[in-house]
Design a protein around this ligand. Structure first.
Ligand code: PLP
Length: 390
């Protein structure tokens, strides 16, 4: 049994989420997407010997590392990766941005399902590309990909890259095999490269199955750039290490040219390598199973609380991630800067839909529910009072 009800003191560890300047002393941080919990013990065990040795020279990726990464994909996803397909850079978004620099040219269109996590938009802008939106559609209270719009925009805008975010942030959708095959089919026929950000792929709830891009269809291996990181699932954001898998030889050659240009082949952080090796060997599997249960408990609690108290909030149960996307358009609190309403009336810091996820997020909020059960209960009571007091 792991401990998720007790956490480090995030107000004193420079947490981005809890220790932000100019927030009230009793604020509850439910914004930035990290977890409040202590990590799996195998991570500390992997890091301590490195700190004991106290030498941080350039490090190679070892056979153990490659075996762990390949073993992970084989065990969890039935995907056979080859060592020569793999590389790493310090962050997921860094890898996305690098991919845009390689497979798109300035001025090119890049198609993305919106609303979408803002740094994805920044990566597209930073590459001097044009973001072409493919808005997700709400059908019977569930977000669906609008394939007609996707195909139409591919035909009219000729994007060089489709930037897939799966599991999708903020809607929490985990794309099904048939959705993925359809996306791959359209992109393959149109010569569009798929860059897939799979950082939320570790936390997926019963009833859904996360499929890495390269596992969904053989053709994906020709057009796909698969990017993941253990940061979200295992709470190792400050041990930065994104893992990129590219099967196509020419795409891999172009990628490695930039790995060399940025000198990322040398920039492997010894702590990150050790943590990733231990997790991918399976040493944190038990911890992850319990984490998912705990998060599901939090999610169930929020959804039943909203229903029991008749709160004017429409929540979209995520299939993956620890982020809950909520439609507040019928709540009578306006549609702009909704984070201010929750901050002012409940001292809860969360992400505003429009400011953080673009125009399709207007009138929505996103809550990070990876907090302890007792903090979650306190937050829900505050929200209830905020609506009761209006
Ligand atoms: C879809 C998505 N990609 C990437 C990131 C950030 O990952 P990294 O810190 O490895 O760049 C996040 C963080 O919330 C995310 O939601």
């Amino acid at each position: 049994m792991y401990e998720f009800d007790r956490t480090p003191d995030h107000r004193n560890n420079h947490s981005y989420r809890w220790d932000m300047p100019d927030m009230p002393d009793d604020v509850i941080g439910m914004g930035t997407a990290d977890l409040d919990y202590f990590c799996a013990p195998c991570i500390r065990d992997a890091l301590l010997p490195i700190a004991e040795e106290n030498c941080y020279n350039y490090r190679q990726r070892t056979d153990e590392y490659y075996d762990a990464v390949c073993g992970w994909y084989r065990r969890n996803h039935g995907l056979e990766l080859r060592r020569e397909w793999l590389s790493n850079v310090p962050s997921t978004i860094g890898a996305v941005r690098m991919g845009l620099g390689i497979y798109a040219h300035p001025g090119d269109a890049v198609i993305v399902q919106t609303p979408v996590f803002q740094p994805i938009q920044w990566a597209v802008e930073g590459a001097d590309c044009r973001l072409v939106d493919n808005p997700m559609r709400i059908v019977d209270g569930h977000y669906e990909i609008d394939f007609e719009d996707f195909e139409r925009k591919i035909a009219s805008e000729h994007p060089s890259v489709y930037l897939m975010v799966n599991p999708h942030n903020p809607t929490g959708r985990v794309f099904t095999e048939s959705e993925m095959k359809k996306l791959v089919d359209i992109c393959y026929r149109s010569g569009v490269t798929i860059i897939s950000d799979e950082v939320h792929g570790m936390i997926v709830y019963e009833g859904s199955r996360f499929i890495p891009l390269l596992a969904c269809d053989e053709r994906a291996k020709e057009i796909g750039v698969q990017i993941t990181s253990l940061s979200k699932g295992y709470n190792i954001m400050s041990l930065p290490h994104a893992i990129i898998a590219i099967a196509d030889e020419e795409k891999q050659r172009l990628w490695m040219r930039q790995i060399q240009a940025f000198s990322f082949g040398y920039a492997t952080n010894s702590f990150a390598l050790a943590a990733v090796t231990s997790i991918m060997r399976g040493e944190a599997d038990g911890w992850m199973a319990e984490l998912r249960e705990y998060l599901k408990g939090n999610l169930d609690l929020i959804l039943s609380f909203i229903e029991e108290h008749g709160l004017p909030l429409k929540a979209f149960r995520p299939e993956g991630s620890f982020l809950l996307w909520i439609d507040c358009r019928d709540a009578g609190i306006g549609e702009e800067h909704l984070d201010r309403f929750f901050m002012d009336s409940a001292h809860i810091h969360l992400d505003d839909g429009e400011d953080n996820f673009g125009p399709e997020g207007r009138g929505f909020i996103r809550i990070n529910f990876a907090v302890t059960r007792s903090i979650l209960k306190e937050a829900l009571e505050r929200i209830l009072r905020a609506f009761g007091n209006r």
